[in-house]
Design a protein around this ligand. Structure first.
Ligand SMILES: *Cc1c(COP(=O)(O)O)cnc(C)c1O
Length: 379
């Protein structure tokens, strides 16, 4: 049967335990597996190589992204790092200049040392990407919508640049998840998730996922995964599987809330600019409509001055002042100090991550309560 995405998230891959009928997929908390005999295997030998619970998650995310192969890691950064292991000294990668600070740090302070070159460009402009392509460019790494400026990259157009070349399009799909956006269908080669965020959805665990379609890429990723060993534990795999079941209802509610909050923020006298892809006058609105079925629930906004930032972060009561995003609880962060502190000031200023910018991850509480909290905090 071919199901819609709202059904697929509930059903998972196998969805239940075929041996016992358990509706909640079991946690196979075992490091190793008994061989039935010499040269024989049950399909599972050792949990770094494969584990049934992790495998259910890997197949589930592959199924949701319309890909063939999924891989689960102990964090989003472990997933990004594994993908970066595909490259060699001398390779060059074009990267969104507005991206998760931890990804920038991994590239700039670890992989650069190993001889991989990076160019940070505004990936919402196709010309800028074209201009950055060199003979040794092997990949374009994109976040869309970007973090925290919510810029939208045209994935179909970018994939035309990489097609038939020795170049991969890698998309960090954390912000929209396969519920709203499936980059492989738009021409991407590799999709990455921090499953810590929307897929897990409850701010209770870290996880990273990778999905590809190509057999050879899958084999290389599998090799790095088992060799480096940053695999997701059976229990954490189960938590993400459980989170995914409600991804659809959570995202619908979060998006509905986000739209109301973005519109309200615009009316507040202490707010000078609101970045939310779902606002029809957002720069990326029409591209987003053409490649995704939703806008997500991440909002950034500028306030009049830094004193207001300090006041808001002290005064919020319902909204938690905490890093991370995507969970059922609304969280507010100050990118300049938290998520994006690893990015050099010059680059931050260029992309607009300044000291009056706040980022809000909208949860599933009542929109009226979130707005009331912001209202009293912004007063
Ligand atoms: C959080 C995040 C990451 C890193 O994931 P962790 O699970 O924290 O390691 C990568 N990309 C984006 C877009 C993120 O928001």
């Amino acid at each position: 049967m071919k199901y819609g995405i709202g059904t697929k998230v509930v059903r998972g891959f196998k969805g239940y335990d075929p041996h016992t009928g358990a509706v909640s997929f079991p946690i196979y908390q075992s490091a190793t597996f008994r061989h039935p005999g010499l040269y024989q295997t049950t399909g599972y030998d050792y949990s770094r190589l494969q584990n049934p619970t992790r495998e259910e998650l890997e197949n589930t995310i592959a199924n949701l992204e319309n890909g063939k192969f999924g891989f689960a890691f102990s964090s989003g950064m472990a997933a990004v790092s594994t993908v970066l292991s595909l490259f060699s000294p001398g390779d060059h990668i074009i990267v969104s200049d507005d991206l998760y600070g931890g990804t920038f740090r991994l590239f700039d302070e670890i992989y650069k040392k190993y001889g991989i070159g990076f160019s940070y460009v505004n990936t919402s402009g196709i010309e800028e990407i074209e201009d950055a392509v060199r003979n040794n460019t092997r990949a374009i790494f994109v976040e869309t919508p970007s973090n925290p400026m919510m810029k939208v990259a045209d994935l179909r157009k970018i994939s035309e640049l990489t097609k038939n070349k020795d170049m991969l399009l890698i998309v960090d799909n954390t912000f929209l998840t396969p519920y709203f956006q499936r980059p492989l269908e738009l021409g991407a080669d590799i999709v990455i998730h921090s499953a810590t965020k929307y897929l897990g959805g409850h701010n209770d665990t870290l996880a990273g996922l990778v999905v590809v379609n190509d057999d050879e890429l899958a084999e290389r990723l599998k090799f790095v995964q088992k060799s480096e060993g940053a695999v997701l534990s059976p229990f954490d795999s189960w938590l993400i599987l459980r989170g995914i079941k409600t991804l659809g209802v959570r995202l619908e509610k979060q998006q509905e809330n986000a739209m109301k909050i973005a519109e309200w923020l615009r009316t507040n006298k202490n707010v000078t600019k609101v970045y939310y892809v779902g606002l029809p006058d957002h720069e990326g609105y029409s591209i987003s409509k053409s490649q995704a079925s939703g806008f997500g629930a991440m909002i950034s906004f500028n306030v009049k001055d830094k004193l207001i930032v300090e006041k808001v972060l002290e005064k919020v009561q319902l909204i938690l002042f905490a890093e991370s995003l995507g969970g059922v609880e609304s969280l507010i962060t100050y990118p300049v100090v938290q998520t994006h502190s690893a990015i050099p000031e010059e680059m931050r200023e260029r992309i607009g991550v300044n000291d009056t910018l706040l980022r809000l991850s909208v949860g599933i509480e009542d929109a009226e309560d979130i707005i009331a909290d912001l209202e009293q905090a912004l007063e």
